[in-house]
Design a protein around this ligand. Structure first.
Ligand SMILES: CC(=O)SCCNC(=O)CCNC(=O)[C@H](O)C(C)(C)COP(=O)(O)OP(=O)(O)OC[C@H]1O[C@@H](n2cnc3c(N)ncnc32)[C@H](O)[C@@H]1OP(=O)(O)O
Ligand SMILES: O=C([O-])CC(=O)C(=O)O
Length: 376
């Protein structure tokens, strides 16, 4: 019998665990591509809905297809009454990622995927309704209002901002949300996407795949890092203070959230893009603290540890400048990454074998059964 392959290291790092036509991460010459398109091009020129279409349908839509797709998504923003009732039961101090997880799971009870032929419609529904789920709960729990979840704004990012703030977003804010959703949409076999694929490989339903992925994204080593980065930069009121604080943390061997990456080794191509938008927003709000503090953190981490900002670090200040509460940062990641997760689920289903790796056993050998009365 063939020997199981020995792992090169912990965390399955460097192991090829399958194939994908969706994305490359960290390949030389092009840091991040979605179906062959460079992320810098996409972030500059595309709409997030266009990217979702690209990932989910396999090609960039033409004008008519994009208009039709956006119209469809806009028509799917309403929350079923039973889902509103569930959201209203969730306490104010719940973590919004738990709200997303419950919201997605409840949707799966109400609008169950009966057959894989329904997958595209179920996916479009999640893309459209996730901003409604989080903002409905947030505004109900925090302000005691039951908001309307429809809006005239035709973009997913703009829809989220309008529901959150109760007014149409500025052009700049809608643009930054669009860029942010594009940057977060897809990232190959990251932990949450791999979770979705493992779930899909058992032939489970699409809501289970996404619910599992949300739970995985929640952790501070993954999507939760943007919130942790915000908590970090808010501790400091000057760049010098930030430098002193970071040096202390590094000496104590603490992890600095928003830095480093499992795949990229020198830079995350998304950082330069979101950093530039964070600067624009800082100028707009007249910030003289958070942006300079963030820039100093970036410099110190590179100088001391050769660690670079990942996609999360400058997202923290950018979201903050748009008036988004810190605890909603990771749910925004969900609104975006659901496009990548579900594209992977479709890919897994199209060429499936149950994902079931092996383990190196490290426990005792030949243990002898001891009756309960005789155990120490
Ligand atoms: C959207 C995303 O999910 S991006 C990732 C978001 N996560 C974060 O920002 C959390 C902070 N970063 C980290 O914890 C890590 O860099 C991860 C989880 C992203 C990647 O983990 P790994 O692949 O295990 O990192 P890697 O092997 O490159 O680590 C090398 C060394 O750098 C250290 N290191 C890596 N990142 C950091 C950091 N942010 N702060 C301090 N030290 C770090 C590691 O502890 C390790 O040190 P050691 O060899 O002494 O143990
Ligand atoms: O790829 C990873 O390990 C983490 C991730 O999802 C990202 O950086 O967007």
């Amino acid at each position: 019998m063939a020997e199981a392959k020995k792992l090169g290291g912990a965390g399955l790092r460097g192991q090829v665990a399958g194939e994908t036509a969706l994305c490359t991460v960290g390949k030389s010459g092009a840091g991040l591509t979605y179906r062959g398109y460079d992320i810098a091009d996409l972030a500059e020129k595309a709409q997030f809905e266009e990217i979702a279409y690209l990932l989910l349908r396999g090609k960039l839509p033409n004008r008519q297809e994009l208009d039709g797709y956006k119209k469809k998504l806009q028509s799917l923003r309403g929350l079923p009454a039973a889902l509103k009732t569930v959201l209203e039961q969730i306490p104010k101090d719940a973590h919004p990622m738990d709200v997303m997880r419950t919201g997605c799971s409840m949707l799966g009870n109400l609008e169950t995927e009966q057959d894989f032929s329904e997958q595209d419609d179920k996916i479009d529904r999640m893309l459209a309704v996730f901003p409604s789920i989080i903002t409905y709960w947030y505004r109900f729990a925090h302000d005691g209002v039951r908001i309307e979840t429809d809006s005239d704004v035709d973009s997913i990012g703009g829809h989220f901002l309008e529901l959150l703030h109760g007014k149409k977003p500025s052009e700049l804010h809608e643009k930054v949300m669009n860029v942010s959703l594009i940057l977060y949409a897809e990232h190959e076999f990251n932990a949450s996407t791999f979770t979705a694929r493992v779930c899909a490989s058992t032939l489970s339903d699409i809501h289970s795949c996404v619910t599992g992925a949300i739970g995985t994204l929640r952790g501070p080593l993954h999507g939760g890092a943007n919130e942790a980065a915000m908590e970090l930069i808010q501790r400091f009121s000057t760049p010098d203070e930030a430098e002193e604080g970071l040096m202390g943390m590094l000496e104590r061997k603490e992890k600095i959230m928003g830095f480093g990456h499992a795949i990229y080794k020198e830079s995350d191509p998304r950082n330069a893009i979101i950093k530039q938008w964070s600067k624009k927003l800082a100028d707009e709000v007249g910030d003289t603290v958070l942006y300079p503090v963030s820039v100093r953190c970036e410099g110190v981490m590179w100088r001391e540890k050769k660690l670079f900002c990942n996609a999360d670090f400058f997202h923290a200040s950018a979201y903050h400048f748009m008036g988004i509460p810190t605890e909603l940062f990771t749910p925004i990641f969900v609104m975006s990454r659901v496009s990548g997760w579900t594209a992977h689920v479709k890919e897994q289903r199209a060429n499936n074998r149950i994902i079931r790796p092996s383990a190196d056993y490290t426990g005792p050998a030949d243990a002898k059964w001891v009756p309960i009365e005789e155990r120490p």
